[in-house]
Design a protein around this ligand. Structure first.
Ligand SMILES: [Zn+2]
Length: 443
């Protein structure tokens, strides 16, 4: 093999000859001049070979880096000839290896950048390739959409344990409000369906109601859905309906992550109430301890607190019985969830109910009612041995990618990105090796 063939191959082109090149080490740029091979040129409209060459038209293309040369520019000489079949019209030959949508880059360039964008932001990728970040963003979108056409769940997917969760997508401020009572803003969510054994998001859909989860579940076949044994959800009635309808064999478990989230929110409500009361009393110590910024001192489960913080907390607990009781209830609830067997769990839970009743704190009583309602589902969680690591991990990952994109305004692109980063819509699951030279189309 000729070395120039190697270069042609590595930049993703075909049926061209390398004529010359120029390199500049100070800017790490490399320019290549290539020309289409005459004998392989065909008319782009009728497909007959082109013989009567008139001239060559120059196109400038961006190619992937060649080793140390970060920026590679290709001057592509495209053949133009008179086509006898097209009644003597001037015709050009199609360029093999140029991207169909992004006509100023070679396929290899698009694929190398696309692979990088599976891991990095479009901004970072565009800096690396010295290109425009909008182009990189468009390329990433195009590639994800095209890959979606080849998206298929693995045949041996273990779906015994699944979970679903809502992900905050965006909050829109309502500018046109008809009355002072109409909503100030609208919050939009996306539902993600997670295969716990694989720890990947396998489907997404807009909304956070029964319909949204049903749409996710319908991407699975009836046979696959019947294989689901445990389904971890948060306390969302819509999700419960969708799962009971579509997954008849699944036992619904409320997972710990969501229970604790709910518990912390409840405690936070108590804190805010007590904070307001302390302010009213002009009690600066309590108000200071209970303000939002100090929330973490109160919420810390295994106190990693300094001695000073511990002392302050001790004083607060002495002064404020509600906060003291609230913290006890929170702590005890963790213990209930730590139970490994059902009889122990039931015993501990009964004791926890007792604690809540005795405390007389309204918000916790309401929370206990919710727990009572979902008792069987919490039991299912204890039985299923599901850990929270997966839903927590995926939720964090989605939050990070939302920050990295500085928020998303387009639902489709957000959903695709979730599938790409936290699911199977990427080159580890869809083979794109050949995409460096040829873009396939689904059958
Ligand atoms: Zn023709």
């Amino acid at each position: 093999m000729d070395c120039s063939d190697l270069i042609i191959d590595s930049i993703g082109l075909q049926d061209v000859v390398l004529q010359s090149f120029k390199t500049d080490k100070s800017t790490l740029t490399c320019e290549l001049w290539v020309q289409q091979k005459k004998d392989t040129c065909v008319c782009e409209s009728c497909g007959f070979s082109l013989k009567n060459v008139k001239d060559y038209r120059i196109r400038k293309l961006k190619a992937p880096p060649l080793g140390a040369y970060k920026e590679v520019i290709v001057h592509y000489r495209r053949l133009r000839a008179v086509c006898d079949m097209c009644s003597g019209q001037l015709r050009m030959s199609p360029m093999k290896g140029v991207h169909p949508q992004f006509s100023n880059m070679t396929l290899a360039m698009a694929e190398v950048a696309g692979l990088l964008m599976e891991e990095l932001t479009c901004e970072a990728t565009s800096r690396y390739f010295r290109t425009n970040s909008k182009t990189m963003w468009d390329l990433d979108q195009w590639r994800m959409r095209h890959m979606k056409k080849f998206y298929k769940l693995p045949d041996d997917l273990n779906v015994s344990h699944m979970s679903a969760d809502e992900v905050h997508f965006r909050t829109i401020v309502n500018t046109q409000r008809n009355s002072p009572f109409s909503e100030r803003w609208t919050t939009q969510y996306i539902t993600s369906l997670v295969c716990s054994k694989l720890s990947k998001v396998i489907a997404t859909a807009g909304g956070r109601d029964a319909m949204a989860l049903a749409n996710c579940l319908k991407t699975l076949s009836k046979k696959t859905r019947d294989q689901i044994i445990y389904f971890a959800l948060d306390m969302n009635a819509g999700y419960f309906r969708a799962v009971s309808k579509l997954c008849p064999n699944a036992e619904i478990a409320v997972d710990r992550f969501h229970l604790v989230q709910n518990l912390n929110e409840t405690f936070n409500t108590l804190r805010k109430d007590e904070f307001r009361l302390a302010k009213k009393r002009n009690d600066s110590f309590q108000a200071g301890m209970l303000e939002g910024g100090r929330r973490f001192i109160l919420m810390e489960r295994n106190p990693n607190l300094s001695i000073e913080e511990q002392n302050l907390l001790g004083k607060l607990k002495m002064l404020n019985t509600n906060i003291n009781a609230g913290m006890l209830i929170v702590d005890y609830f963790h213990k209930v969830l730590d139970e490994k067997t059902l009889p122990n769990f039931r015993k501990s839970l009964a004791q926890w109910y007792y604690l809540v009743r005795e405390s007389g704190i309204k918000v916790f009583k309401q929370f206990a009612q919710k727990i009572r309602k979902y008792r069987l589902n919490i039991q299912a969680y204890i039985k299923s041995n599901l850990t929270t690591a997966i839903s927590e991990g995926i939720n964090n990952k989605i939050k990070v990618l939302k920050r990295m994109g500085y928020g998303y305004s387009n639902q489709e692109s957000f959903e695709l990105k979730i599938l790409q980063r936290c699911g199977l819509l990427n080159s580890s699951h869809i083979d794109t090796t050949g995409w460096h030279w040829h873009i396939p189309h689904p059958q």
